[in-house]
Every structure is written in C-alpha cells, then in structure tokens.
Ligand binder design. Structure first.
Ligand code: DI6
Ligand code: FE
Length: 417
C-alpha cells in the first residue's frame, strides 16, 4: 500500500538567526530574547523566539536564511507627521533665534501660511519629489508605518493634492502610509478679513463640506484639527469631529500645545485615537484620555525647536496609565526632524522617558495611536515589520544622536525601496 506524501507546509520567505529580539511582547520590559530567530511568510511573522526553540532545521523552514548579530525590534511607527510640504522655513528659524515667537510669525502671515503658499504653487509631482526624500530618511532610520497629514492646502483641490501625494509615498516606498485630514490647520487667506472669528466659522463649513468627497476618494484614514488660540476653537474643532463621526472616521487632535483649551478632553470625548502635544493639558484632560483609551502622542521635536519649557504632564500620564507614543511631528515650522530615533532621543533627554518607554512609544503605542493592532510587537501573526539594528543593547537607539544604526528594514516581509 502506498502512502500519500505528507503535505509540506509552505516554506517561510525568510529567517534571521542570531540577533537578540526586543519583542515588546508583554506590557513592560523589552521582551528580550537572546540568540533569537525571526521567521516570516506572506508578510506575517511566523516565528519570533529563541533560536533553540525553532521547530526544525533552518534550511527546512525557510527559503532564505540569514545569520547576524545586533538586535531586531518591531518596525518603528511614526504616528504624527506633516512630511508632505513644499519649500522650507529656515528663515523663520533665524527669526526666532533673533527673538520673534512662533505666534508672532504666524500672526504676521508667515508660519503655516507661508508653507500653504509653497504647497499651492507646487504641482502634485513636484510636491511628491520634494516630500519623498523626507519619508525615505525616516524609513532609513527604521520607520515602516508613517502617518501623514494634509493641512497646507487649505482648499479642496490642494488638500486633495497633499493626500494623494501621501498615498503615492506609501506606494513608491512600499511602506504603509496612514493619511489624516487636517484642513482645520490654519485660516487660509481667502477667509481672513475684517471679521476673523465669523470667517473662521465659514471656513469650518468648507472643511466639513470637502471631507465626504475626499473620504469617498479613499484619501482619508483619520481627521485632525489644530485646536489652539492661533488655530481653531474647541467649538469649531467639535464641529469638525462631528463631521468625522458621521462618516465613521476616527479623530485625533493637536491639543493643548501652546495653551490649555481642554483639547485633550475634547479628543477623548470623541473616542479619539490620540491627543497630540498636550504640554498644557490638565489632570482632567489626562483622566478623560485614560477613560476613553486615547493615546498621548509626545512630540519632543517641536518642544525642542521652539525651546519650550512646559513639560507634558508625564507623571499624570503614567499614574493614569495613558499609553505614550513618540512621533517626529516632521514639519517645516516647528519640527524639521527626519528621524524617529532622534525623536526618541529627545523624548528621553527632554521628557525623561526611559529608553524602553521611548521604544514602546515609537512602536506598539504609535501603532495604537493610528488604530492599528497588527504591528508594533514581534509576535506570531503580526505584520513582518521589523528593523535589524547594529547595536549592542536597545538603549543604544536613544543614546546615539544621528548615525546609521539600521542595517536592514523590513515592511510586510520586504525590504522597502
Ligand atoms: N504641528 C502643527 O501642525 C503645528 N505645530 C505642530 O507641532 C504647526 C506646523 C507648522 O508650523 O507648519
Ligand atoms: Fe503637528
């Protein structure tokens, strides 16, 4: 009697042997595994553990087997960026060094509006050409999921152009881009006049009008607003959030960066994915975030560049168990920062995060701030997004300023462009 051949499980696409793993599997600690093995197939992790625990000989498990040392971490998630923009604002950097404040420059028609002029003047292809190298720089330092906001178009066609460029960055580089609609970022020149407050309400009407069309074109994954004295009021922000909710879109918020307008609590009230910046948030805001599962996104790049001194309420966030993400806020005005690892470094030096908190903030908590639960840890079934680093210990990621520490970056099991 003949036996049917045993059905072979398909081989894994790849297997790396030897590096230590920082799996971040539990709620605390690195989830470190010495002499590790990481295998993946079809974009998913098939094995993440000690090499000695592999179920078979490596060559029987995977088509390609690599050997190395160093460490592997989950791919980094940059959950708050404005990398799509044209031009730069180096002149404002010099003006601030001469004593002008960020708000002074904004009120004089510079700031966000100067980038709006540059974005409107650029074709879609030109905007892509200028923005792509920034996303590539983030990727080279370990970013495999990237959030990108609109907010420098401030009319329907230019917001669409920005969101399309954001999608094209993801397609071109082979990493996942999540888009956020931030038309409520600043009042465009068409709406600024003698009655600024009334005109701002009319602009919010337009922002709400454009959203369903852009969402219908598949361009919007979440909705954000700049709730600030130089941005939009809590009442105006609430209207934008109600429009998002009507479409089933999640919200996040630039909240309490320069003053406490109750933005953190407002984001939480809408079940927001995140409240970002939050330097000036009160304990009530933090409690609301804890109650609604809203992630705190810390943006130490903007804090550093603006030479801020008011720290986010870190002890309250820890005491109430609010997860803290870390992101670059890469933007031409307040945070021209092209490395999430550098943002982790700044989070440690300015905010006294531990290197472990910073790594969680740039992986599992960053993913959560985007509503993503399929990445951010090295675990079977998670997306095969990971970085193989030339480091001796995880704290090295926050210890070095600059340098090229990533020896290989994988997004969905592939090395991106
Ligand atoms: N994120 C923002 O959107 C604003 N500040 C911040 O941290 C302004 C960005 C800009 O000045 O272009
Ligand atoms: Fe921002």
């Amino acid at each position: 009697m003949t036996h049917a051949p045993l059905k072979q499980a398909p081989l894994w696409d790849g297997l790396i042997l030897g590096p230590a793993l920082a799996t971040l599997a539990g709620d605390t600690g690195y989830g470190a595994i010495a002499d590790g093995a990481l295998g993946w197939r079809d974009g998913r992790i098939m094995f993440a553990g000690a090499r000695s625990g592999l179920p078979d000989a490596p060559d029987a498990l995977a088509r390609e087997v690599f050997r190395g040392d160093g460490w592997i971490t989950p791919g980094l998630v940059d959950c708050h960026t404005h990398v799509v923009f044209a031009g730069d604002r180096a002149v404002e950097f010099e003006q601030r060094l001469q004593g002008a404040s960020y708000e002074d420059i904004a009120r004089a028609g510079g700031g966000i509006l100067s980038t709006v002029r540059a974005v409107r003047a650029a074709s879609e292809d030109a905007l892509l050409a200028q923005s792509l190298p920034r996303a590539q720089a983030l990727l080279r330092d370990g970013v495999t999921t990237l959030e990108i906001k609109s907010g420098y178009g401030l009319d329907e066609d230019n917001e669409r152009k920005m969101l399309r460029v954001a999608r094209r960055i993801g397609e071109t580089l082979g990493i996942e881009v999540r888009t956020t609609y931030l038309a409520a970022h600043a009042l465009p020149p068409e709406y600024s006049g003698s009655e600024p407050a009334g005109r701002a309400d009319a602009y919010i009407d337009a922002v709400i009008d454009w959203l369903p069309r852009l969402h219908g074109e598949g361009l919007v994954d979440a909705v954000d607003a700049f709730c600030e004295s130089i941005g939009f009021s809590p009442t105006q922000t609430r209207r934008v959030f109600e429009a998002a909710r009507a479409l089933g879109l999640p919200v996040k918020l630039h909240a309490d960066q320069l003053s406490d307008l109750g933005g953190a609590a407002l984001a939480a009230e809408f079940g927001g994915l995140s409240a970002d910046h939050i330097e000036h948030s009160s304990e009530a805001g933090v409690q609301a975030m804890a109650a609604h599962g809203t992630v705190a996104v810390l943006l130490p790049g903007a804090f550093h560049v603006l030479r801020e001194t008011k720290l986010p309420p870190l002890d309250l966030l820890r005491a109430h168990g609010v997860p803290m993400a870390v992101a670059t806020d890469c933007n031409p005005g307040t945070s021209p920062l092209l490395s999430l690892r550098q943002a982790m470094q700044l989070a440690c030096t300015h905010f006294k995060l531990t290197p472990e908190e910073a790594l969680r903030g740039a992986t599992v908590h960053g993913a959560r701030a985007l509503g993503l639960h399929d990445r951010g840890r090295l675990q079977v079934g998670q997306r095969a997004d990971f970085v193989h680093w030339r480091i001796g210990q995880p704290a090295d990621l926050c210890y070095w300023l600059g340098g090229e520490l990533a020896q290989a970056v994988y997004a969905g099991g592939r090395q991106p462009a």
